[in-house]
Design a protein around this ligand. Structure first.
Ligand code: NI
Length: 172
């Protein structure tokens, strides 16, 4: 496994739509494992393939936040089957936006179908932080970032701050 460099916003790499995975083979399994290692090292609770410059529909999440009790979920081609009408608000962050947070409103519960590590179709129902996290990571696969859910004013503020940090070399 390897820790991969994480692309920081703003970057056109993060705005590109990702292609579906044909099957979860050894190459995709390696990508999933590397993404998990990268996410844990950051540390974070979710990571999407475009954040490590791979334009494939692959995400990893682990909202357990336990050092000893990890519960990683590796997903290829995730799709939302159903989402609740009731919404939940979380103060979201993103590994592509170090130290930037904003409140984002999303469906509180989602059911998701995906291909797992063994190329088998799985379905899960998620709520709470896991639901938010899966939706946030799935957005990345369509080039959508958490700041695209907030007001233009706030978005521009965060993006300006990120550009400055990148220019100064504080964020690479
Ligand atoms: Ni993110």
């Amino acid at each position: 496994m390897a820790v991969l460099p994480i692309i920081k916003a703003p970057d056109p790499i993060l705005k590109k739509r990702c292609a579906p995975v044909e099957e979860v083979n050894d190459e995709i399994r390696t990508l999933m494992d590397d993404m998990l290692e990268t996410m844990y090292a950051a540390p974070g609770v979710g990571l999407a393939a475009p954040q490590v410059s791979v334009h494939k529909r692959v995400i990893v999440v682990d909202t357990s936040r336990g050092d000893t009790d990890r519960s990683p979920i590796r997903m290829a081609n995730p799709e939302i089957l159903d989402s609740s009408d009731d919404l939940a608000v979380y103060d979201e962050g993103c590994l592509s936006f170090p130290d930037q947070y904003a409140e984002v409103e999303r469906p509180a519960k989602v059911s998701v179908r995906y291909l797992d590590y063994n190329n088998e179709v799985q379905e899960i129902e998620a709520e709470g932080l896991l639901s938010t996290c899966i939706q946030h990571e799935m957005d990345h696969l369509d080039g959508k970032l958490f700041v695209d859910h907030i007001s233009m004013l706030k978005r521009n503020m965060i993006l300006r701050k990120m550009s400055k940090l990148k220019k100064s070399g504080a964020v690479t």
